[in-house]
Ligand binder design. Structure first.
Ligand SMILES: [Zn+2]
Length: 198
């Protein structure tokens, strides 16, 4: 049985989300149909508002409503420490854990050289520029504890090899295969505390 055209369109649009297949898109679409109209309006509005209001921070490449973002603009933070993460959600996780008071750099991706794929457009150039501009005494690589995270940490190390800056990586012992964003405060604190020079 074919769906009405408008419903089919919604299902097609939802199935464009990463990791969302046809079946999940159908479930989400029917959830929208069953929900109050107010919620549907709020959902549609929030998508447009987030698109319209957010920008990429020119310093850390993170997502914010201003550039520089509130973290980069905060003079109370330790500007000699730079924590390199894969995604904006990792910044959010580390900030919520309240264990770190330095600045961030968001790579906007990860790379596993063993997969043989080309290196994605990581923000390594702007990272190198920031380090070369001076004032940073340590770069803490906080990529995920998995193969992609390892490959990405290597890429960061290579990109910064000519700068002479100290590059460290979060301690092993984080559960392998778990994203930074899922780690609890205690494990994150241990990982920062036990970081090793790369
Ligand atoms: Zn920023």
């Amino acid at each position: 049985m074919a769906y009405p055209r408008s419903l089919e369109h919604l299902i097609e649009e939802l199935s464009r989300f990463p990791g969302v297949g046809r079946r999940t898109a159908e479930r989400l679409a029917f959830h929208v149909l069953r929900s109050p109209e107010e919620w549907a309006k709020s959902l549609a509005g929030s998508i447009l508002e987030a698109r319209a209001r957010t920008v990429r921070c020119a310093m850390c490449e993170g997502v914010a409503e201003s550039s520089p973002c509130p973290i980069c603009a905060d003079s109370g933070r330790d500007r000699g420490l730079l924590c390199v993460v894969e995604q904006p959600r990792d910044v959010d996780a580390i900030e919520r854990a309240k264990i770190y008071r330095g600045l961030y750099h968001v790579l906007l991706g990860a790379w596993n050289p063993a997969e043989g794929t080309d290196r994605p457009q990581l923000t390594l150039r702007s990272l190198e520029r920031r380090v070369r501009a001076g004032g940073i005494r340590e770069v803490i690589v906080a990529t995920d504890p998995d193969l992609e995270g390892d490959g990405t940490a290597l890429a960061v190390h290579e990109a910064l090899s000519g700068t002479g800056v100290k590059v460290t990586r979060l301690a092993k012992g984080m559960p392998t295969g778990t994203g930074i964003e899922y780690l609890n405060r205690a494990i994150l604190a241990d990982a920062f505390e036990g970081r090793r020079v790369l």
